[in-house]
Design a protein around this ligand. Structure first.
Ligand SMILES: NC(=O)N[C@@H](CC(=O)O)C(=O)O
Ligand SMILES: [Zn+2]
Ligand SMILES: [Zn+2]
Length: 425
């Protein structure tokens, strides 16, 4: 395996200072790290002062294969991840076939391993079709390597089903991940229920559809003793409930997506389905609450919910278009630009949310520090050069993001997985 010497990088120190370091990679691992290294290597890369970090970790992506390859494939999704600076991702099970059985799960797992250019962990479904009340064989799926269990895309409507799934997940020591959506409160909605949905004349999703199911789940999770993880948390009530759950001793963690941190319903500029996702963009006070919740540790981590769709599926009117936006190629950059640069969060915090916390909560083998002996999963980001996002730059098949046209900092320069260069700008 070729050795690699990265010169003139900057790394984040423990007191959030940037310090110059050279890093030598040999046999897929960090072999040396120091202010100046005069080592020999097959390849020497001048980082020119770019930021070197452990590769980012995203525990919520949709790669669409098998079943929806026109939207994304494991190959394109993983290459897009590498372009975003991610070296470990966890892929959701809303596929066809749904990985609710060991054979379906293993087929996806094999494809992840053969086609993925980054490490891809795979979720298994709580139940067949993401909707059945017969809970999957959680034990067998865990033995096959399922990272966690979720019916993402669908809320678990029945408390008894959720409790059964939680007890099974607890018994195999895997997280149960909830897409919170009480269907009786959805009103056929396509955006957040409130002032903006009235102005636009669009059906609104009651934010209580999320928080009321979360309240139910927290008491169930306490009883089951499961590690319960909230996917794409989006409302102020949900932040308060997770805070309370932690105080009650529930093993609860939560993620927030970049778009719920950076946008609210007032950013929806008319009938433009690039702003359509589930959960929807919420009210400004919800956005303020998720930012505060992330800063105070109530929300543990950031996850992109990268949800590619075809151009045709997103060109439709708001009512008819698909829910979801892409995010894996822009998330670190957007959050660096809008949270770190203005001083709302530190770089150390951002890396905590995008590397350490997801790796820790999901018990992943991903490295969370730059140290000798660690697996060389690395990302290099240019924090100095401004870049304007264009629709034609994406490696993902999906170009469905409302952030096209935004100027951002932190473009990925290089991504390394186990010592191999998998992305270079
Ligand atoms: N977030 C979305 O709006 N869509 C996701 C499903 C999901 O994450 O619930 C998708 O698969 O497209
Ligand atoms: Zn979801
Ligand atoms: Zn999702």
């Amino acid at each position: 395996m070729a050795s690699l010497l990265i010169k003139n990088a900057q790394v984040v120190s423990h007191d959030d200072e940037l310090i110059n370091q050279d890093v030598l990679v040999e046999d897929g691992k960090i072999a040396a790290i120091d202010v100046v290294l005069e080592a020999q290597a097959d390849r020497v890369i001048d980082a020119k002062g770019a930021l070197l970090t452990p590769g980012l970790v995203d525990i919520h992506v949709h790669f669409r294969e098998p079943g929806f390859e026109y939207k994304e494939t494991i190959a394109t999704g993983s290459k897009a991840s590498a372009r975003g600076g991610f070296t470990t991702v966890a892929a959701m099970p809303n596929l066809n076939p749904v990985p609710a059985t060991v054979s379906a799960f293993q087929q996806i797992q094999a494809k992840n391993a053969s086609d993925g250019v980054v490490h891809i962990e795979q979720y298994a479904a709580i139940s067949e079709g993401l909707t059945s009340d017969d809970v999957s064989d959680i034990q067998a799926l865990a033995d096959a390597g399922a990272i966690a269990f979720t019916n993402d895309g669908k809320g678990v409507q029945t408390a008894a089903t959720m409790l059964t799934a939680m007890k099974a997940a607890a018994s195999v020591d895997r997280p149960l991940v909830a897409h919170l959506e009480d269907e009786s409160l959805m009103n056929g909605g396509v955006m957040n229920l409130g002032k903006r949905s009235e102005e636009l004349g669009l059906p609104g999703i009651d934010p209580l559809a999320e928080s009321s199911q979360l309240a139910r789940d927290l008491v169930l999770a306490k009883a089951a003793g499961v590690h319960y993880h909230v996917a794409h948390l989006s409302t102020k009530e949900s932040v308060a409930l997770v805070r309370m759950g932690k105080q009650m001793g529930v093993k609860v963690t939560a993620e927030v997506s970049p778009h719920h941190l950076l946008l609210d319903e007032n950013d929806i500029d008319g009938d433009n389905a690039l702003f359509k996702m589930n959960p929807p963009l919420r009210a400004p006070e919800d956005r303020a609450a998720v930012i505060a919740g992330l800063l105070d540790g109530t929300i543990d981590m950031v996850a992109t919910d990268h949800a590619p769709h075809s151009v045709e599926e997103k060109e439709r009117s708001f009512v008819g278009a698909a829910f979801g936006i892409t995010g894996i190629e822009t998330s670190f950059q957007l959050l660096y630009t809008h949270l770190v640069k203005p001083g709302i969060a530190s770089l150390e915090q951002l890396l905590n949310w995008m590397v350490t916390q997801p790796a820790k909560a999901f018990n992943l083998p991903a490295p969370t520090t730059l140290a000798v002996g660690e697996i060389a999963d690395l990302a290099l980001f240019d924090l100095e050069t401004a870049h304007t996002i264009t629709a034609d730059e994406f490696v993902s098949k999906g170009v469905n993001t409302p952030f096209i046209g935004e100027t951002i900092y932190g473009q990925t320069v290089l991504t390394v997985v186990a010592g191999d260069v998998v992305y270079e700008a």
